[in-house]
Design a protein around this ligand. Structure first.
Ligand code: C2E
Ligand code: MG
Ligand code: MG
Length: 483
């Protein structure tokens, strides 16, 4: 019996009819053949009811994740989810209602996960989730808690609310210690503990209940604190200059969100932005930053009329693109503040282009049509490859600081930046180098053809007042020195 690859998935499928299928495919035109191959791949790897991955795909991805994790010593997590009252629905309301519940559970699971996590239906009312990279175990517990919460919400069946609920088992494993089957078994054991100790909850394999809640507490607290932070005025925006490398003149400014927690003090964005992304709160926060930054740009323009050409750069998280109201919200904000959209640049990441290129292109074109500029942030650290750039309506590439640090003594990074600049030139894009800390780095990236520069050498992120001062003092100096 032969096996073959299906539709670029790299996965071998053998359904027992390969020879016949191959013969049929050979007789078809290319377009028909492609669509049939896609359909075969879908059937082989997707649960037909919920559209989630099926057991085959889940085990394949789990095996791949275990191999990768064993190679680099990373951890991964598996969640095993079993519905609590599914049998009652099926027995009392019939299979059509049962299917409706499974569909709804599939949809809710999707909303709880981050890009890159995989949800599957193993069969019946059993679902699993694979999280391939675990940097922070409490993030996994937060996901388990979120799933438990979402599945606690009633499903409407025949016009009445019905409580389904789920028991969840979590295993966070070092892949070199456990085989895929063993990880799944441990997650199942933990799920069983949830069932026997009250249902509707999650348990972690090998961890006592007390240790469990202690581990999750700080993160849950921080997450709920972040929800309150906006109302309590704990958030503000700092501004960092972006200069024209040849003159040192401040051409643009990046708005960077800051959180001053009442007890913990300054919480870095690297800690709270991912949390806000996971919980969806970033939609609200990102819009607030956009409003605030536009308002601030208008205020500087009024106070310093000579600085009319300044561009405001605002970060946009990939998660904000999943919010259907994104473009309308931004259009309304522009109308409210009266800001010139050509003076605002939205910084997006490469991951956005990779995760959902179709959605990204449509939203980015709509934003460009509003008159906004678009920049790719941290360029070189994602996996977009260069081909994406052709299809996306961006104006600027911001080369990540990992390539810039010590570039004057690093031939490899120097070669990378040189080719990025050449490519950008061919596509009509400008290049800004991030994280310039020394004069030698500035000289070097300028010689390689970068147009803009950002980094501690020119100024750290500062408050709005601090930045206004920088605009009046330092920039005047830069202008004088070039005159
Ligand atoms: P980013 O957008 O790439 O912003 C630049 C980051 O590099 C800032 O870190 C900045 O302080 C830091 N930086 C600038 N120059 C230098 C330098 O010379 N050396 C070094 N070591 N670092 C430098 P920050 O403010 O901690 O922000 C980190 C990331 O958090 C940002 O990276 C961005 O991805 C995210 N972020 C910040 N504010 C927002 C926001 O309002 N929305 C979203 N979605 N993300 C945000
Ligand atoms: Mg940025
Ligand atoms: Mg950046």
């Amino acid at each position: 019996m032969s096996t073959r690859n299906v539709a670029g998935t790299g996965c071998a499928v053998d359904n027992g009819n390969s020879a016949v299928v191959q013969q049929l495919l050979d007789q078809l035109g290319a377009a028909e053949r492609e669509s049939i191959e896609h359909e075969l791949a879908r059937l082989a790897f997707q649960d037909p009811l919920t559209g989630l991955a099926n057991r085959t795909l889940f085990m394949q991805r789990l095996t791949g994740a275990c191999n990768r994790a064993a190679a680099d010593g990373a951890s991964l997590a598996v969640l095993f989810i079993d519905l609590d009252n599914f049998k009652r629905v099926n027995d009392s309301l019939g299979h059509a209602c049962g299917d409706q519940v499974l569909l709804e559970v599939g949809a809710r699971l999707r909303t709880c996960l981050r890009a890159g996590d995989l949800a599957a239906r193993l069969g019946g009312d059993e679902f699993t989730v694979l999280i391939e990279t675990v940097d922070d175990p409490s993030a996994i517990l937060a996901i388990a808690e979120r799933i438990a919460q979402h599945l606690r919400e009633p499903v409407e069946l025949q016009g009445r609310p019905f409580f389904v609920g789920a028991s969840i088992g979590v295993v966070i494993g070092k892949a070199d210690a456990d085989s895929p089957a063993e990880l799944l078994r441990k997650a199942d054991v933990a799920m069983y503990r949830s069932k026997t100790s009250g249902k509707g909850r999650w348990s972690v394999y090998g961890v006592s209940d007390i240790a469990q809640s202690a581990a999750l507490l700080p993160r849950l607290e921080l997450e709920s604190d972040l929800r309150m932070a906006l109302q309590r005025n704990e958030l503000n925006v700092h501004y960092q200059p972006i200069v024209a490398l040849s003159t040192g003149e401040i051409r643009a400014v990046e708005a960077l969100l800051r959180w001053e927690h009442p007890h913990r003090g300054f919480v870095p964005p690297s800690e709270f932005i991912p949390m806000a992304e996971e919980s969806g709160l970033i939609v609200e926060l990102g819009q607030w930053v956009f409003d605030e930054a536009s308002r601030q740009l208008m205020a500087w323009e009024r106070a310093l009329p000579a600085r009319r050409h300044l561009t405001m750069c605002v970060n946009l998280s990939p998660r904000q693109f999943q919010h259907p109201g994104l473009v309308d919200d931004i259009a309304r904000s522009i109308a409210r503040s009266g800001v010139d959209p050509r003076r605002v640049s939205l910084e997006i990441t490469e991951s956005l282009m990779v995760q959902d290129p179709g959605l990204a292109v449509v939203s980015l074109r709509a934003l460009r049509d509003l008159g906004l500029q678009l920049a790719v942030d941290d360029f070189g650290t994602g996996y977009s490859g260069l081909r994406y750039l052709r299809d996306f309506p961006v104006n600027t590439l911001k080369i990540d600081r990992v390539f810039v640090a010590g570039i004057d003594q690093d031939a490899y990074n120097s070669a990378i930046v040189r080719s990025v600049v050449a490519l950008a030139g061919a596509l009509g894009l400008r290049v800004t180098a991030e994280g310039i800390e020394t004069e030698a780095e500035r000289q070097h990236v300028l010689e390689l053809g970068c147009y803009g520069g950002q980094g501690y050498l020119f100024g750290r992120p500062v408050s709005a007042d601090g930045f206004a001062q920088l605009l009046t003092n330092k920039d005047a100096l830069a202008l004088r020195s070039c005159a």
